[in-house]
Design a protein around this ligand. Structure first.
Ligand SMILES: Cc1ncc(COP(=O)(O)O)c(C=O)c1O
Length: 492
C-alpha cells in the first residue's frame, strides 16, 4: 500500500517527502506575495468529497499546481504588513520533524517522555529571558508555564487563572455574578481575545475600557477606574506591544497603581509581540517591569522566525497552575503529565520542538541581531515617512510596527480631511490586495496621539518587519509603489 509508510515503500515515501520540502522551498523563495486570487465561485470544486484516492505524489503535484498559486507568501520581501515570515531553517526543520515524531504532550511516561522535559526547557528559557524566578522542577506544577496554540489560547487561560485567583473554586461553583468579574483593558487598542475569553469563561461582556494617551493607558484614568470598581475587578491587562501600533505600556507604573488599589487583582501582560525585546541587550529596558506581572503571554510564532503555531503562557508563581488543573482517569495521574494543566487542550502535538530547534540554532545572540534589525527597519521607514512630503506617521515606533497614512500633501493637516484620507487609504489597501504585489496591513484605530484630532477614527496602513530579508531598498520601493497607486486612485 503506497499511502501508509512502511519498510516496503521506503524509497517512494522518501521521494514524496523530498517533493514536499521542494514545494515548500520553491514557494518561499520564488514568486510574488500572491500569484492568483481565488474566486469563491470555484469553491464547489474544492468541496467535492474524494472517493477514489490518488497516490501521495499525485496529491503533492495537484497541490503544487492548483493550490500553491493562491497562497500568500509571508516570505516574499514585499510582504510587509504582518509577522512572521517564519524562515528559521532550524525552526522549519523542527516543525517537520515534530510531525514525524508523533509525540502527544497530554501525558508524559507513555506518549511524550523526553518531549515533556524538552518543553520544560523551552518554558524555562522563556521565563529566564523575561526575568521570572526559576524554581526546581519536581512536577508539572513547577514548570511555570504552558505551551498553547496561540496568543488567544494563552490569553484565555490567563483570564481563567485571574478568575480562579479572584474567586477561588469558581471552576466548581460557576460564575454567579458576572459583573463582579470585570477586566480592565486600554480603549481601542486591545486584542479581541481578552473580551472573547471573558465571554467564553462565563464572565460575560464586562470588560472596562480605559482611555489611552499615545496608545498607552491614561494612568490617572486607570487609577480612577480601579478605585471606582474596587472589589469587582479580577484582572488588568497591559500590552507589551499592542496588536496595531506595538506600543509598550508603562509596566512598572501600572503594577504600582493596580497593586496599591487591590493586591488580589491579577495583572496580565499580553507580550505576544514585545517579549522579543528580552533578547536584545539594547532594547530590553523598554520592557522593564514585565517580571512584576502575574502572567505573560508570548507568541514565538509572531516574532522568532518560526512557523505557526506556538505560544507560551508564563506564570510568575508556578504554583498558581494548580488553580486550573483537570483531574480525570483519562489523563495519567503522573507528576509530569502536561494535560493536567493545559485548559482547553487535550492531545497536543510537539509544537515546542520548532522553538527548541530555532533557539539551539540561532541562540540568544543570534536572536538579538534579528530583533534589533527588525526594529531598525521599522525605524528606517519611520524616518523616511517623517522626511517625506506625502506620508504621515500615526504612531511612534516602539518595536517593529509603523502605522502611517498617505496624505498627498502634509503641510496643512487638519481633522476635516480625515474622512477623505480614510477613504483613500482604504482604497490603497484594497488595490494592494487585488494586485498581490505588496502586502501592508490595515485596521481602524483611534488617533491616540492626536495627529489629526485626538481619538478621531483613522484607517491607516501598517508596515511590520517580521521578515528578515526586507531591505531599505524594498521599503523605498514600497513607498514609491503606494505613491503610484495613490495617483491612479485620485485620477480616476
Ligand atoms: C497583542 C496580541 N495578543 C494576542 C493575539 C492573538 O494571537 P494568536 O493569533 O496567536 O491567537 C494577537 C494576534 O495578533 C496580538 O497581536
Amino acid at each position: 500500500m503506497k499511502e501508509i509508510l512502511n519498510v516496503d515503500n521506503e524509497e517512494y515515501a522518501r521521494k514524496c517527502f523530498e517533493k514536499a520540502v521542494e514545494i515548500g522551498i520553491d514557494f518561499k523563495l520564488n514568486g510574488s506575495v500572491k500569484e492568483k486570487n481565488f474566486n469563491v465561485t470555484d469553491l464547489e470544486k474544492l468541496l467535492l468529497l474524494p472517493s477514489d484516492g490518488s497516490n501521495p505524489m499525485e496529491v503533492l503535484t495537484e497541490f503544487n499546481d492548483e493550490i500553491v498559486p493562491y497562497c500568500t507568501n509571508f516570505s516574499n520581501e514585499n510582504f510587509m504588513g504582518f509577522p512572521d515570515a517564519g524562515n528559521s531553517i532550524a525552526g522549519i526543520s523542527g516543525a517537520i520533524v515534530s510531525d514525524f515524531m508523533q509525540q502527544n504532550l497530554i501525558n508524559s511516561t507513555f506518549c511524550a517522555p523526553i518531549a515533556t522535559f524538552m518543553e520544560f526547557a523551552v518554558i524555562k528559557w522563556l521565563r529566564e529571558l523575561v526575568g521570572y524566578e526559576i524554581v526546581p522542577i519536581k512536577s508539572v506544577f513547577d514548570s511555570g508555564g504552558i505551551i498553547t496554540y496561540g496568543g488567544t489560547g494563552s490569553n484565555t487561560t490567563a483570564m481563567l487563572l485571574a478568575r480562579e485567583n479572584f474567586r477561588k473554586n469558581t471552576m466548581f461553583t460557576g460564575v454567579n455574578n458576572p459583573e463582579d468579574f470585570k477586566v480592565i483593558i486600554p480603549k481601542g487598542i486591545g486584542h479581541y481575545s481578552i473580551k472573547s475569553a471573558c465571554m467564553w469563561i462565563g464572565c460575560g461582556d464586562n470588560v472596562i475600557e480605559v482611555e489611552t494617551k499615545d496608545f498607552k493607558y491614561d494612568l490617572d484614568e486607570l487609577k480612577r477606574t480601579l478605585v471606582e470598581n474596587k472589589g469587582h475587578v479580577m484582572c488588568v491587562v497591559a500590552y507589551v506591544g499592542d496588536s496595531r501600533t506595538m506600543t509598550i505600556d508603562n509596566l512598572e507604573e501600572i503594577y504600582k497603581i493596580v497593586k496599591d488599589v487591590d493586591e488580589n487583582i491579577w495583572l496580565h501582560a499580553d507580550a505576544c509581540h514585545g517579549f522579543s525585546l528580552a533578547f536584545s541587550s539594547k532594547l530590553k529596558d523598554k520592557i522593564r517591569g514585565i517580571n512584576l506581572f502575574d502572567s505573560i503571554s508570548t507568541d514565538p510564532h509572531k516574532v522568532l522566525a518560526i512557523p505557526y503555531c506556538i505560544s507560551a503562557l508564563l506564570l510568575k508563581n508556578p504554583e498558581k497552575l494548580k488553580l486550573v488543573s483537570s483531574t480525570s482517569d483519562l489523563i495519567m495521574q503522573e507528576d509530569f503529565a502536561y494535560g493536567q494543566v493545559t485548559p482547553f487542550i487535550g492531545s497536543k502535538s510537539w509544537i515546542s520542538l520548532k522553538l527548541w530547534f530555532a533557539m539551539k540554532s540561532i541562540g540568544i545572540n543570534g536572536y538579538e541581531k534579528i530583533i534589533d534589525r527588525r526594529c531598525e527597519m521599522a525605524k528606517y521607514l519611520e524616518n523616511q515617512i517623517n522626511n517625506s512630503e506625502d506620508f504621515v506617521m500615526i504612531n511612534d515606533v516602539n518595536i517593529n510596527s509603523v502605522v502611517f497614512m498617505y496624505v498627498g500633501d502634509k503641510s496643512n493637516l487638519n481633522s476635516s480631511m480625515v474622512d477623505k484620507l480614510n477613504e483613500l487609504n482604504l482604497a490603497l489597501y484594497e488595490r494592494l490586495l487585488k494586485e498581490g504585489k505588496y502586502y501592508l496591513h490595515k485596521f481602524s484605530l483611534p488617533d491616540s496621539k492626536g495627529v489629526f484630532e485626538k481619538d478621531v477614527n483613522l484607517i491607516p496602513l501598517r508596515y511590520m518587519s517580521g521578515n528578515d530579508n526586507i531591505t531599505g531598498e524594498d521599503i523605498n520601493n514600497m513607498l514609491d509603489h503606494i505613491r503610484i497607486l495613490a495617483k491612479e486612485i485620485v485620477d480616476e
